[in-house]
Design a protein around this ligand. Structure first.
Ligand code: HEC
Ligand code: HEC
Length: 442
């Protein structure tokens, strides 16, 4: 049986529906293979004007050798044997998360991904499980290798602890549930599986791009030709080895981007000990209250100003209505990036037929509601503002000293204070709940 995550907070009808759908995809039945990324292939075919159907078959064969199947996943040996990569994904954790839902005599759970995630994130982690089309935002497609809420800089992979946090906390305000009630080992295994699917998916994308840019299948080029294994000809063996080397290089490159990110987390000094933070210092000494009021006022000024430019998207009232017609990168990649109009059903029909989800606008957050997907601690908001949100239009703030016109860390903390004060401003709330330093403005 598929048991939905214990803390899934969705209307009950939706529960029943998604559980039923989950069982349709078969969380306790074997699944023989990962489905190929036909949407990305089509995108490359259109932009490069090539046919890639044969290349996709070769890529699928190479991926099976490298990463196995949904029931029996593998971690490429040349990574497992390398000290640097060995800890990124462990085979025992992978096997625990994979396969049909079951438990052994000791009560250890297996098939965790199919039990808890697949109906939203899909077997390959393409974000297109059966429940996905009912959700906004859509579940993450892991194959692009991008995660929104993390501690690393924009464009970088998340760290392991970023993923652990996402699984424990969920993504507040979206249908991504918290899995806090699972055992630590189960969560650990799921983190490995997310990294595995992400590396696998990104390698697949790079191989499709390699075939599109570098090879000419019409003239007999092959990215991977396992048929050559049968040959006793030395030249064939050399060709096969050369093909494998190209593939292996891509795998190492992608895996390395995860290692690099983990070793390169920017240090944030944090708010100084005596820096007044909204929520913490509202009822502190009158001097601290005055400092806090000044910080909020400065944050407001910066928010509306040209350097931070927050109001251009979030709107002058911060209700998320400054700009409402943009899309996230998962959508843009096969629509606007290709010159296709996401609103024109005819334009995008061939992509929808291949399983693309209907494009939905990404809205800047309404900051007066006080629900933050990446966490509501001041440091979470600081990270979102200073580092931006990957895969979305929300940019990293321009910061000194890299950008002489940019902001200082303290100015970003002022914006954090302003953002944290927004749900309590008189537009949305009146009376005694308003912090003392703001009452005078009512
Ligand atoms: C009910 C649907 C649902 C289920 C079940 C679900 N997710 Fe998600 N997940 C989502 C949605 C929706 C998002 C996108 C949130 C966003 O874009 O803000 C998401 C995002 C994520 C992210 C990326 C977060 C980020 O910061 O970019 C990860 C990692 C993730 N899910 C892992 C999992 C794992 C592992 C499981 C199973 C243990 C799981 N999810 C189960 C809906 C779901
Ligand atoms: C180009 C448009 C754009 C600009 C400029 C912009 N944002 Fe955003 N912001 C967004 C979008 C889109 C999202 C929603 C991202 C998502 O899917 O989670 C967002 C989300 C947020 C969030 C929610 C974070 C969370 O955890 O849920 C905060 C806070 C935020 N922005 C603050 C700011 C501040 C402060 C500034 C100025 C320094 C700013 N934004 C500038 C587009 C923008």
């Amino acid at each position: 049986m598929c048991v939905p995550a214990p803390t899934l907070r969705l209307p009950s009808l939706f529960f029943v529906l998604s559980t039923a759908l989950a069982c349709c995809v078969g969380c306790d039945v074997p699944i023989a293979s990962f489905e190929p990324n036909v949407l990305y292939r089509k995108r490359m075919e259109l932009s490069e004007d090539v046919k890639l159907d044969k290349a996709q078959e070769d890529i699928q064969a190479a991926l099976d050798e490298l990463f196995g199947t949904p029931d029996n996943p593998k971690w490429p040996e040349f990574l497992a044997d390398d000290e640097e990569f060995a800890d990124l994904v462990a085979l025992d954790r992978l096997q625990r998360a994979a396969g049909p839902v079951r438990s052994d005599e000791q009560g250890v759970h297996f098939g965790l991904f199919r039990e808890h995630c697949v109906h939203c994130h899909g077997v390959t982690g393409n974000g297109r499980g059966p429940t996905s089309q009912f959700l906004n935002p859509y579940p993450r497609d892991f194959r692009m290798g991008k995660v929104k809420f993390k501690s690393t800089t924009i464009g970088q992979k998340p760290t392991r602890s970023d993923l652990l946090r996402i699984l424990r906390e969920g993504v507040m305000g979206t249908s991504m549930p918290s899995f806090r009630l699972l055992d630590d080992e189960d969560i650990d295994a799921l983190v490995d599986y997310v990294i595995f699917l992400s590396v696998r998916g990104e390698v697949e994308r790079r191989l499709i791009a390699e075939a599109a840019f570098e090879l000419d299948y019409e003239y007999g080029d092959r990215l991977w030709n396992p048929g050559l294994k049968e040959s006793s000809d030395e030249e064939d063996a050399e060709e096969l080895a050369a093909q494998w080397e190209v593939i292996q290089d891509y795998v190492v490159e992608v895996a390395d981007s995860w290692i690099q990110a983990a070793g390169d987390v920017p240090e944030i000094a944090g708010a100084a000990e005596d820096y007044p933070l909204f929520g913490r210092d509202n009822a502190a000494s009158p001097e601290q209250q005055a400092r806090l009021a000044a910080s909020v006022a400065n944050g407001r000024r910066l928010f509306q100003g040209k350097v931070a430019n927050c109001a251009s998207c979030h709107g002058a009232t911060a209700m998320g209505d400054g700009q409402a017609n943009d899309y996230d990168e998962w959508t843009k990649e096969w629509t606007t990036a290709m010159g296709l109009d996401p609103k024109d059903r005819e334009d995008i029909a061939p992509m929808l037929e291949l399983g693309a989800l209907k494009p939905r606008n990404i809205l800047p957050r309404n900051l007066r509601i006080g629900v933050y997907r990446g966490g509501s601690r001041p440091i979470d908001l600081y990270l979102r503002i200073a580092q931006g949100i990957d895969g979305t239009p929300m940019p990293a703030a321009a910061m000194k000293p890299a950008n002489p016109q940019g902001m200082t860390e303290e100015e970003v903390w002022d914006i954090v204070n302003y953002v944290l004060s927004l749900p309590y401003e008189h537009i949305s709330q009146q009376g005694d709940n308003v912090p003392p330093f703001q009452r005078e403005r009512l």
